[in-house]
Ligand binder design. Sequence first.
Ligand code: CAA
Length: 258
Amino acid sequence: MPYENIIVETRGPVGLITLNRPKAMNALCNALVAELGRALDAFEADDEIGAIVLTGSDKAFAAGADIKEMASKSYMDAYLEDFITNGWERVTRCRKPVVAAVAGYCLGGGCEMAMMCDFILAGENARFGQPEITLGIIPGAGGTQRLTRAVGKAKAMEMVLTGRMMDAAEAERAGLVSRIVPVGELLDEAIKVAERIASMSRPTVLMAKECVNAVFETSLAQGVKLERRLFHSTFATDDQKEGMSAFVEKRSPAFKNR
Ligand code: CAA
């Protein structure tokens, strides 16, 4: 089935997904979210792909869930279809790293979708916010939780209660984004970063991602134990032998993802 709301491409070992509803500021309608899930399934299943970039346009990563589609929903509609849980959370189940390249508006469900990715590279014009309160609702795709973990209670509470937007500089200071890049260079930089990740040993990348994500789900002792066990298990990979031999022999490693 062709994609109508996203553009799906590959750039070498990188899977590139571009949100593409320009007339609606890339608002995340149900059809778009379903297509995103399909594209992620395909990239996850493709052995040639080592990392994924999720991006929007220069104007908007995504301005939230689609308000026009949601406006007439009843409580029963939302509850029975398990609105958000179905579809949206596919991003959080990706084993391969997903880099969000965010320019322009990144609001509501758009900000929540970006925060579900592994890290965010921001264009200089990026604006982050959770404006749901202005619509008479609250964030529903993890915004109150992930934003608070990312930027701390004070900023998250202010943004969630007032709908105030953060610019890219503030988002970087607060730890919401890893780096700021000029808008014209954002996509190339995100692909370069994803290519670098894809050039590493695939199983080791998956283990590293699993460990960092465990921070949010475990105690320090449990997290360190998980890290230690997975660290030990990297010594069972061919790629550990190759990586360390290559260092000693002063050459680039040729990882085999085994
Ligand atoms: N849903 C549906 N349509 C949207 C949209 C959204 N989230 N955001 C923008 N659009 C549409 C507008 O309705 C408009 O369409 P028309 O031309 O047909 O009128 C088009 O995109 C362009 O938008 P604007 O004319 O508003 O553009 P602007 O430059 O003046 O403003 C903006 C840009 C500040 C992003 C503004 O569009 C805006 O505030 N959007 C809504 C942001 C928002 O409230 N997001 C949260 C949604 S709720 C949510 O996400 C729930 C959740 O947690 C899962």
